[in-house]
Each structure stands twice: as structure tokens, then as C-alpha cells.
Design a protein around this ligand. Structure first.
Ligand code: ADP
Ligand code: MG
Length: 139
């Protein structure tokens, strides 16, 4: 599926739609340059799961856990990860193979750890189409 959005609100709304439909054990890999909207998408997704508390990028903790929604949400941001072993240290397998939903910002940086069957969300800008334009591909 490919969607175009023209504001952060529209990207939030797409995230919310997918959050409403999310199933236990699903993993969403989010890729796209800095500032494209991975966190905005995640905030919508969290809202779709019924999470009311604020969601921000967990850059310094790698993973942030939200338990209050319809399913647990494990929000990863692996941008600052040095080597995949750091994922072992946080016990990533419990999250990846648990009954919650994982959203992983910068997932391609840990590509070798991503299970087959994970869903892909790629967010791209196109400056010719405007500052707030994003093309979002969901697989
Ligand atoms: P990332 O997590 O990918 O680094 P963020 O979600 O933190 O990016 O930030 C995206 C920024 O881009 C926000 O400041 C947001 O307001 C802005 N923005 C502008 N247009 C859009 C859009 N169509 N979708 C998402 N964010 C947008
Ligand atoms: Mg982010």
C-alpha cells in the first residue's frame, strides 16, 4: 500500500489506522531519513492501540514499553545503536517474539535481527511536492 500525506496529522491518522488493526506479535519496521515522520507515525499507531500517554522517541533507552493499550506496544529507536549485541543486552527477543506489537524506528540498522514476515513502513520526502509531503509505503 502506498499513501501520500501532506501534514503530520495525516501521517498520524495513517499510523492510527494501522494501530487499530494491529495483531499480537506483529513487527513494523520503520525506515526513512531523520525528520520524515517515523515518530509521528508511531504516535498515531499508539493512539490506534488506545494508548493515551505521550509517546516520544526512546533514543536513549532503545525501547520504550507501553502497556495501557489493547496490546502492549514496544517502541524501539535503534538509531544510536553501536552494534547488534546491544539488542541482546536489552533482551530484544522477548519483545520481538512476544504477544505485543513492535515498532522499530531505523529498523534497517539491525536488519539481520528482523524476523521474516515483519511489516515494512518506508517514509520518504519529495521536496518538489512541498515541505510537508511524505510518501509512505506499507508492506
Ligand atoms: P523521525 O522520527 O522520522 O525522525 P519525527 O516524526 O520526529 O521524524 O518528525 C517529523 C517532523 O516532520 C515533525 O516535525 C513533523 O511535524 C514534520 N512533518 C511535516 N510534514 C509531515 C508529514 N506529512 N508527516 C509527518 N511529519 C511531518
Ligand atoms: Mg523518531
Amino acid at each position: 500500500m502506498e499513501r501520500e500525506t501532506f501534514s503530520p496529522e495525516e501521517t498520524f491518522a495513517l499510523g492510527r489506522e494501522l494501530g487499530e488493526e494491529a495483531q499480537p506479535g506483529e513487527i513494523f519496521c520503520l525506515d526513512g531519513d531523520l525528520g520524515t515522520g517515523k515518530t509521528v507515525f508511531t504516535q498515531g499507531f499508539a493512539a490506534g492501540l488506545g494508548i493515551a500517554e505521550p509517546v516520544n522517541s526512546p533514543t536513549f533507552t532503545i525501547v520504550q514499553v507501553y502497556e495501557e493499550g489493547r496490546l502492549p506496544l514496544y517502541h524501539f529507536d535503534v538509531y544510536r545503536i553501536g552494534e547488534p549485541e546491544e539488542m541482546d543486552e536489552i533482551g530484544y527477543e522477548e519483545y520481538f517474539f512476544g504477544r505485543g506489537v513492535c515498532l522499530i524506528e531505523w529498523a534497517s540498522l539491525i536488519g539481520e535481527l528482523i524476523p521474516e514476515g515483519a511489516r515494512r513502513v518506508r517514509i520518504e520526502k519529495d521536496t518538489e511536492k512541498g515541505f510537508d509531503y511524505r510518501r509512505i509505503t506499507v508492506q
